[in-house]
Design a binder for this molecule. Structure first.
Ligand SMILES: *Cc1c(COP(=O)(O)O)cnc(C)c1O
Length: 384
């Protein structure tokens, strides 16, 4: 009897449908150019929007912490795994997001999947956008509350489902910037509905922090609605170029999460060197908002260049989805672009719906306008 037959068959099926995944091994630091299979490529797929992964000051902070604290943290946050860089990073994040307190998790995934079940119990309701990140979906699945999915960014649907449910306690949760389509959640309406219903409002700023708002502070700055979100979650792994997830909010929220979140309590904390790097990255963003202005300018240049070549693509964020549709075709287009030296991802089911495959371009502050115009021309040619 072959115990692996079932799995091998499923893999063959994925391959037949153009849904099989492989891992690319990069041979250089994450930046606007990377080395892949011995070649220089223009990176158009990285979440390192502000090119912080190899920033000299970020690396210097990591190196200093490495020299002082070594590598591993030696335990979970509540036992031995909190050192000065962890504590300092949390203070920096709370200041940056203008909140009373912050809590750092081992990843954004661990934050979302832990916080949501920690904050909700049987009898509560969770209202979750249908395009929310997988870590939010997992958090909802682990909660004993009843989860109600509303149509993507559809505030009328959310309002109707809130009214129909009679919900009096729980959570409304949404990506601030959606990770595949790059669109922005409707904070004014989410805030109004959360206030009206008495539910907590939680936003995931993984792709918002360092990207939207004049100084890159995220969705509250974008809408000029400072203080309107109850639970501001984000990650240190994208614009900040490090690792780890975080939550900012009231002192009560953070105290509660510290005492009740399983993914926080039962996992060895991140290395002090990663915390020091992340802390320096947040400070750099505070000191150098021009990094954000450059990124936002790049988005305008790139979408205008695509339009000029007849490719529809709109975005106010660093994520620019380019619709392809068929999975096989999306793969073929991205393969051709790879061959030409452009590192760009084809996003397929199950990340997006079946038959709605996209090319997902992700821009960085360090791309030059010439590079982006060259890339837009190559993308248009590959699609034609
Ligand atoms: C990447 C991402 C996460 C997970 O963050 P990690 O730090 O990579 O684990 C959570 N939410 C959204 C919207 C993301 O894009």
């Amino acid at each position: 009897m072959n115990k692996w037959r079932r799995y091998a068959d499923e893999l063959a099926e994925l391959q037949a449908k153009g849904l099989y995944r492989t891992i690319n091994v990069l041979e250089s630091a994450q930046s606007s150019h990377v080395r892949y299979q011995g070649r220089d490529m223009l990176m158009l797929a990285s979440n390192a929007y502000l090119d912080m992964c190899r920033d000299p000051e970020v690396k210097a902070a990591a190196a200093a912490a490495l020299a002082e604290f070594g590598v591993g943290s030696g335990g979970s946050r509540l036992l031995t795994g909190t050192s000065t860089p962890h504590a300092r990073l949390e203070q920096t994040l709370a200041r940056f997001k203008e909140r009373e307190a912050a809590l750092v998790f081992n990843s954004g995934f661990a934050a979302n999947s832990g916080i949501i079940p920690a904050l909700t119990k049987a009898g509560d309701h969770i209202f979750s956008d249908e395009l929310n990140h997988a870590s939010i979906i997992d958090g909802c699945r682990q909660s004993k509350a009843q989860t109600v999915i509303y149509r993507h960014n559809d505030m009328a649907d959310l309002a109707a489902k809130l009214a129909a449910s009679g919900a009096k306690s729980g959570l409304i949760v949404s990506d601030a910037v959606f990770s595949m389509d790059g669109d922005i959640a409707d904070l004014p309406e989410l805030h109004r509905l959360a206030e009206q219903s008495g539910l907590l409002l939680m936003l995931d700023e993984a792709h918002a922090t360092g990207v939207i708002g004049a100084r890159g502070r995220g969705i509250e700055e974008h809408f000029n609605m400072s203080g309107s979100v109850d639970i501001l979650m984000g990650t240190l792994s994208k614009a900040f170029g490090a690792e780890g997830g975080y939550v900012c909010g009231s002192a009560v929220l953070i105290d509660y999460l510290r005492n009740n979140t399983r993914s926080f309590i039962f996992s060895t904390s991140l290395s002090p060197l990663v915390m020091a790097a992340a802390g320096r990255a947040v400070e750099l963003l505070e000191q150098q908002p021009e990094r954000v202005a450059r990124l936002q300018q790049n988005v305008r240049v790139f979408t205008a260049a695509l339009h000029a070549k007849g490719v529809a693509a709109d975005s106010q964020t660093a994520i620019i989805p380019i619709f392809v549709g068929d999975e096989e075709r999306a793969l073929a287009v991205s393969k051709r672009l790879f061959d030409e030296g452009y590192y760009i991802s084809a996003i397929r089911y199950p990340t997006v719906k079946r038959g709605e495959a996209i090319l997902r371009a992700a821009l960085m502050s360090s791309h030059t306008e010439a590079e982006l115009e060259r890339a837009a021309a190559a993308i248009a040619a590959a699609l034609a």
